[in-house]
Design a protein. Sequence first.
Length: 177
Amino acid sequence: MIKIVTGLLLLAVFPLMGQGYRFVDVQQVSIYGVNFDDNELSAVEHKMGSPLRKEREYDEEMQLYRITYVYDSLNLEFTEFKQKTFLDYIEILSSRHPLNIEGHEVYVGDKIEKLRALFPLAFENYEKEPSPMIHKDVLKVYMKYDIGGEWIFYGKIVFKIKNNTVTAIYVVYSAEF
């Protein structure tokens, strides 16, 4: 009887554990304490300092503003829509900038074994072939967002890998990257 109960318990728990690694909670993805879905530009500047360059462009087709903050080897992009601004793109190109994912810091320069330990199920779709936009190995970790008890797809974290080492990290609110 104990074996049956233990077996059923394991069957119930393992999918939940895997789900936590397969899809990470977008509210648990941050850089320097700024969450990926953060909507306050002043909070970003307060936590990260003034960027080297700021750009603000209006997209006629989408009828929204795209705001870019350029730091040294770190780029952030925001979308401003109906007077609300959302961080929706992070590009990390150096080991100076850690990405915090569910309490774990990941750096450019980390070995692939660290990613395999953090996101074992993501390796089911590990691309060893060049993708159309990134011509290196690519590991994608998908993000989810809780909308009141229901989880929806929110974007992904893309790790560019060369010689088993992370060479760049992208966090995107898009299914296309």
